[in-house]
Design a protein. Structure first.
Length: 216
């Protein structure tokens, strides 16, 4: 496929305009809803390609309406080993996209928020650019090299997303690094800041979790 997949979850969606902008940014993105994410889609007039989950957080009338408009309704039992978000991500990975963006994956349930963040590790071996976006931050898993774009002063935190991460180099940041090693369970990378419109992150071995806070 090689295109973009947008997954809408059932968590907090405080800036719907960002979701609408993402669905319009690329031609014909595939939009998937994880269970109650169908409510967000319906509120924005978005018809997803599929709604995936046990359907315990969405009314049957809405499912019928979406199905009539062309959405596939993929049902799973309530007693299952995977969250609705993981099921939607598995479906998305099966499409072999180049990029996956997940909305409404964070909220008041810390367990669900953490589980959704940990799911990002599944896309790394596939070489897929996977990001979680909400009204204030952008979360991504980084191996190799990536660029962070933002206004100088934008807060960027990096955390080890594997037991050890070596060869960590940061350029364009208030606190630069060169060939550093970071171990899981340490907080050295919290609350760095861009000093240029573009910051570069390089990793030789391992995986970093990068959180860009655009609200600070």
């Amino acid at each position: 496929m090689g295109g973009e997949v947008v997954i809408i979850c059932a968590g907090s969606l405080e800036d719907p305009s960002r979701l609408v902008e993402e669905t319009r940014k690329v031609p014909a993105p595939v939009v998937l809803c994880a269970d109650g994410g169908a409510r967000h889609a319906a509120d924005l007039g978005i018809v997803p390609q599929a709604v995936i989950g046990d359907m315990d957080s969405v009314k049957e009338e809405l499912l019928v309406s979406l199905e009539e408009k062309g959405s596939a309704i993929i049902r799973y039992p309530v007693a299952k080993d995977q969250t609705d978000t993981e099921l939607a991500l598995s479906y998305a990975l099966g499409l072999s996209p180049s990029r996956i963006v997940i909305f409404a994956a964070l909220g008041t349930r810390v367990d669900h928020s953490l589980a959704n963040i940990f799911l990002m590790a599944r896309a790394v071996p596939e070489g897929i650019d996977l990001r979680i976006l909400d009204h204030r931050c952008e979360i991504m898993a980084v191996t190799g090299e990536t660029s962070i774009m933002g206004e100088p002063g934008t807060t960027v935190s990096i955390l080890p997303f594997s037991p050890a991460v070596s060869g960590v180099t940061l350029e364009g940041f208030e606190y630069p690094l060169r060939d550093a090693t970071m171990e899981m369970g340490t907080t050295r990378g919290i609350s760095n800041r861009l000093v240029k419109p573009e910051g570069k992150i390089r990793v030789e071995k391992g995986r970093l979790l990068v959180i860009v806070d655009h609200s600070v």
